[in-house]
Design a protein around this ligand. Sequence first.
Ligand code: FES
Ligand SMILES: [Fe+2]
Length: 450
Amino acid sequence: MSAIADPVEALIEDVGSAMEDGLLPAQVFNDPKVHQLELERIFARAWVFVGHESEVPQPGDYCLRYIGEDTFIFVRDEDGQIQVLFDGCRHRGVQVCRAERGNASHFRCSYHGWTYRNNGELIGVPGYRKAYKGLNKSEWGLLKAAKVESFMGIVFATLDEEAPPLDEYLSSAGFYLGSIWGLFKDGYEVICEPHRILMPVNWKTAADNFTGDGYHTMYLHKSQFDIGVFDFPVSVVMAGYQIHHQYGHSTCTAVIGGDDDPPFYYGFGPEYHSLMEGNELSEMQERIARRTALVIGNIFPNLSYGVVMTTPDSKNEPAVPVVALRQWRPRGPAMTEALNFAFAPRGVSAEVKAAMQRSSLVSAGSSGTIEQDDTEPWTSMTKAAGSTFVRKVGMKLNYQMALNGIGTIGEVEFPGPGTAYGPERYAENPQRNLWAQWYEYMSQRTSNGA
Ligand code: FES
Ligand SMILES: [Fe+2]
């Protein structure tokens, strides 16, 4: 234990030193003070996913989105620019946007009626001449996220002026994200409104899982293989590489084919190949996409991504690849709202899109089966982490798979960038990397002293 007086700072230091030995104090999965500091030191610094450009195709289209626990309006303004506006009126802070999604040229506050254009500009103040003559409206627009950038249509924002450019932040994870999101010449479009699940779990239980936990698949999800939701043997899941990147990101990729084998392209078979013609994948991205059956990973802190083949009805429907983004929206130390987005390549038929939507719902939706499997242990982890006993004895969790001679898997050469372990996915290097990044942010106070 550290000699630092403040218990939460001591706990953070404990995470940094324990993780060098592959150990993690369980308490960090459910602690109100840790959670508050995560909002300040992680979510107010990192690049956080806010939406996909195809969700707001027309001027005025908007969705409410969340950075940490704060609400922002993700909107395309009248000039076609994407804006990420804080949803708080400049007069008294009241929420100016009350619907999760819609189209609006203006947002009007319900309290005193201040009115903002969809680029954030303040243009209307009731009783202006009597009440506010002399007020410079141009100084009182809605506040904006410090920086907004798009990676192949995936829009991220950061609240930190000092954050590195998005490309630098994504680091080598951008290579693998690009091999998915650049596979089709015209990209992807969102299929439907994100499916939402409220889970009594800490957001990190889910991020930790998607960062690298192939290990649970063959056990927790065995029934999914038995009933055919996953249209491939479990050996496919465990074959491949776990690759970690700077800033805590990961890519777990089932690379199982040789260069001369028929291409996998994450499950996108010959019927999709014409839509890939003319894409701008690099030679190495193309080579890896050809050989990859499925991929899962996490962009730190709370955006998971993947492409997995599933079917809602193994007897009557062929499996289809589902390109997914999944955001773990924190709603307190022991509550998370999962937003599950499914995407289709632009240009596929309405029938194919509908099949992808059904497959997405059966896998990741609240009425589906796979996420129901996962939610139970994540709930249990969160409950244990908040227990008196865990605090009393300082219980540590084991993150030692493939560390210092434990297990048989080690670091290997891999054609793509990043640090790869393989050729089977019996390693916890991506999770250790996530926790190293967690420590990196959490051990530094913010400029406002949090
Ligand atoms: S709080 Fe919005 S107009 Fe007063
Ligand atoms: Fe799972």
